[in-house]
Design a protein around this ligand. Structure first.
Ligand code: MN
Length: 354
């Protein structure tokens, strides 16, 4: 029996449609929304240099002479070259995130110093191009109190709109209570936290390896989705009900899994729940999701249906994904103008106060 390849290869069909999409921004006088991309990578000179020093086969940090050296130039460039690429691809604004794993693979002193350097570097770009760049503050959770101090310092710099943590730090997740002063600071300052993937912690990094299982194919999503569920399980959102968490890659598979998590949470409980609500309630109320690298209509449509139109933000994952192609994929989707305005502009403006 013939399988409908248009259904099986839905993303390919969308990709074909996008080939004719004009990469330049809207025609003159026809600009119904700005396109804001919310998970766009960069590296500072200091972090790029330290990546080379710290690189091991388990970490695969991006350095100027490593296997991913072709990404070093685009990641370092927060100037004319990146602006020209954004213009060509129809991106009005990028929210800059220090590329994974940020400073979290370094020793505490090096990490704290380089978080400051990276935040200054990103903020200087925001000051030069205030309508084109905003940024999140990289943090070094190795020293939680120091991370809070850096957050408080960085939040006073031009363009800094929240914080980023690249999942685990030395195998520890933010649900450990020693990190809760970070949540306290974020909630008090009304700033969102982006939790971005990195390679899984400990022995999981050996199990979740290879071209099918490892990296962004599957491992990153499981790693980061698990991180968010650990926060819920620990009661972080009961203690900090106004905390806003943002995750990428269409929610790291959580929207698909949501009803089963709620259903089996009830089953797993052997006594009264320690949580005020069901796990999925915290995802619906405390978590926002970006599309980074997941420009597939069935997945996007389902996420909109499960979480509602206010929770989904556009992201490219530049320079790891092609910016113009991603814009073309999303523009080709059967969304009306109001839905596209929410996805490309309004939700980002609201969550990150852009
Ligand atoms: Mn990314």
């Amino acid at each position: 029996m013939d399988v409908d390849r248009r259904t099986v290869l839905g993303s390919v069909a969308i990709g074909t449609a996008s080939a004719s999409f004009p990469k330049s921004a809207f025609a003159a006088g026809e600009k119904p929304y700005r396109r804001i991309a919310c998970e766009e990578g960069f590296l500072s000179p200091g972090v790029l240099a330290q990546n080379k020093i710290s690189s091991t086969s388990a970490l695969q940090l991006i350095s100027a002479d490593g296997p991913a050296a072709f990404l070093a130039g685009p990641l370092l460039d927060l100037g004319e070259g990146r602006i020209a690429a954004m213009d060509a691809d129809g991106i009005d604004m990028q929210l800059l995130l220090l590329s994974s794993p940020g400073v979290q693979a370094f020793d505490a002193a090096t990490a704290a110093s380089l978080a400051g350097e990276a935040n200054d570097y990103a903020s200087a770009a925001c000051a030069r191009y205030p309508s084109r760049f905003a940024a999140l503050a990289a943090l070094a959770p190795q020293d939680p109190a120091g991370a809070v101090r850096e957050l408080q310092r960085a939040a006073t710099l031009p363009g800094i709109k929240g914080a980023i943590v690249n999942s685990h730090t030395n195998g520890e997740y933010l649900d450990a209570t020693k990190y809760w002063l970070l949540f306290e600071a974020l909630e008090a300052m009304d700033l969102p936290l982006y939790i971005h993937p990195r390679e899984p912690a400990g022995s999981m990094n050996q199990i979740m390896a290879g071209p099918v299982v490892g990296g962004p194919a599957w491992a990153y999503a499981v790693e980061t989705g698990t991180h968010v569920l650990r926060l819920i399980q620990a009661g972080v959102f009961d203690r900090f009900p106004k905390l806003r968490v943002v995750i990428g890659h269409m929610g790291e598979a959580l929207p698909f899994w949501l009803p089963r998590i709620d259903n089996r949470y009830r089953f797993n409980l052997r006594g009264p729940s320690k949580l005020a609500r069901l796990p999925g309630d915290y995802i619906r109320e405390n978590v926002w999701i970006t599309t980074s690298g997941m420009n597939y209509w069935p997945q996007l449509e389902m996420t909109l249906k499960v979480l509602g139109p206010d929770r989904l933000l556009y992201a490219t994952d530049y320079p790891f994904e092609k910016q113009g192609e991603a814009v073309g994929f999303v523009e080709a989707m059967p969304l009306d103008a109001a839905q596209k305005k929410a996805l490309f502009e309004d939700n980002a403006t609201r969550v990150f106060k852009l």
